[in-house]
Design a protein around this ligand. Structure first.
Ligand code: HEM
Length: 478
């Protein structure tokens, strides 16, 4: 067993400016990288107020107030236009975007598909996607540079393709991937028009292209859905893959017995693809980067992976406790969804702050996870915070990579299982070393991603482990 040295690694992050930027600077910085807007006071204040041209915003990072907004009084807060546009453009009938009764019906219909046991049954598909990547990387000459961020985006898309349509998409996966990229490049930016509150009826740049991309998705998905429906009708469920598509087509509102309509099925497939693709890819990319910087933790993950991967049976992800702690710490330092926002419907009181109707509420996991009042040594990488025992000390509303309350991420256990298995398998098979002149920097677009990708040198590991781990082990015992 290796022991972690008392070495502190402070991963790259913007230094919070000491004072808040003026409106023009705020708008420019928001366009460049919203992460650089957070001034030092936000990391210290429980609730901070910001005046915007047409509304008032409250930055809420007090656990009690977060509990009220996202849970106890969540009916008073709806997803605001900025969040809806960034996270769910074109997916207007999917779980991420619907509101009110439509959301309630969809959520209770879809929830069983993401229950623990069902997610566990996707582990073989996840391992299959991982092994395909391992095979691909093994063919690459030693010390070739690859962009790990781009590779992880392909990997998580493959996982979704395999778990949603386990018998393939029927067409060209590369076309589908380029369409996904085109989609993200349009919806990724928080536009000036949104920030200034210009109505959604005014077209945003790139929307014509977005409509074309959406039409392509609709056509591909509708063909797959039709074929699957026919198979289900013909075979009454026998010999039909038990993937997310079948589960979605068979899912039923427990209160009324109603099934989802074609539009809802299509929108939710697109929702899973877009909500689960870049988010999980970034969680993995940041985990790999962090491990590459701290050999003590990389060696612990290597050791655990060598032990646990030998038995890929049920519960693998639960046995990978150190690996999962690394993923959770990466999600703390670089939460893929860096900020959540809501619009207040009626007036409310948060702590002793009066909230007027239509105010914008921002809860930024990026700020919350580095908040000076809630975390010790908040900017340092320390997965030990998430090891069993220590984990229960973390206040429930201080760590929200997946949000919380009724609209919490439905794919949280899917994503955690996937990232944990992938990280273990890739670390087990490869040394991944950051290119010495790489400039790693977090940037918030749709998700919090490495601004310049993650160029790393790949080398296949030998069966005996990495030499520096042996050295560390010797030092730890001497
Ligand atoms: C590390 C990966 C992921 C992160 C960090 C993440 C984060 C989040 C967050 C923060 C929310 C809540 C947004 C809010 O309250 O405004 C959310 C919602 C959602 N996520 Fe995820 N997510 C991840 C992976 C996934 C995956 C893999 C799927 C599906 C396959 C998924 C599907 C959804 C859906 C459908 C919602 C909307 C739930 C609702 O409104 O009822 N996510 N996610």
């Amino acid at each position: 067993m290796l022991h972690c040295h008392e070495m502190e690694f402070l991963p790259p992050a913007p230094d919070p400016p000491l004072s808040r930027p003026g409106l023009i600077k705020l708008l420019i910085t928001l366009k460049r990288n919203p992460l650089e807007c957070w001034s030092a006071d936000f990391f210290e204040e429980p609730i901070a107020r910001v005046r915007l041209p047409f509304t008032e915003a409250f930055l809420v990072h007090d656990p009690g107030a977060i509990r009220r907004v996202l849970m106890d009084n969540s009916r008073n807060y709806r997803k605001d236009p900025i969040q809806r546009r960034v996270l769910s453009s074109g997916l207007s009938d999917g779980l991420l975007s619907v509101e009110g009764e439509r959301w309630e019906i969809q959520r209770r219909t879809i929830a069983p598909i993401f229950a623990y046991r069902t997610v566990a049954s996707f582990a073989p598909a996840m391992l299959k996607a991982a092994n395909e990547l391992v095979t691909k990387w093994k063919r690459i000459a030693p010390d070739t540079t690859v962009d790990i961020a781009a590779e992880m985006a392909l990997l998580t898309l493959n996982v979704l393709a395999l778990t949603i349509f386990s018998d393939g998409i029927g067409g060209d996966l590369d076309d589908f991937r380029s369409a996904m990229n085109a989609y993200f490049s349009v919806v990724g930016r928080i536009g000036m028009l949104d920030l200034l509150g210009v109505p959604q009826s005014v077209p945003r740049p790139g929307y014509r292209r977005l409509r074309r991309t959406m039409a392509y998705f609709e056509q591909v998905i509708d063909t797959i859905v039709d074929t699957r429906r026919e198979r289900l009708a013909r075979h009454a469920g026998d010999n039909v893959p038990n993937d997310l598509l079948t589960l979605l087509l068979q899912s039923m509102d427990p209160s009324t017995g109603r099934r989802l309509g074609l539009r809802e099925v299509r929108s939710n497939i697109l929702t899973f693809l877009s909500a689960g693709h870049e988010t999980t890819a970034n969680a993995l990319a940041w985990s790999i980067f962090l491990l590459s910087q701290v050999p003590e933790w990389r060696c612990r993950v290597e050791e655990e992976a060598a032990r646990e991967l030998a038995d890929a049976s049920d519960g693998l992800a639960d046995r990978l406790v150190v690996t999962k702690a690394v993923v959770e710490e990466a999600l703390r330092l670089y939460p893929p969804i860096a900020a959540l926002s809501r619009a207040a419907i009626g007036a409310d009181i948060l702590g002793d702050t009066m909230i007027s109707p239509r105010s914008l509420i921002v809860i930024a996991p990026y700020v919350l996870h580095r908040h000076r009042r809630l975390w010790s040594n908040p900017d340092a990488f320390d997965p030990a915070r998430f090891l069993p025992g220590a984990r229960s000390e973390i206040p429930r509303f201080a760590y929200l990579p997946f949000g919380i309350g009724p609209r919490t991420c439905i794919g949280a256990s899917f994503a955690l299982q996937e990232a944990t298995i992938m990280l273990a398998l890739l670390t087990h098979n490869f040394e991944m070393r950051l290119l010495p002149d790489a400039k790693v920097w977090p940037m918030q677009r749709v998700t919090l991603r490495p601004a310049n990708g993650l160029p790393m040198l790949l080398r296949q590991r030998t069966a005996h482990g990495t030499e520096d781990c042996d050295e560390l082990r010797l030092n730890a015992t001497s």
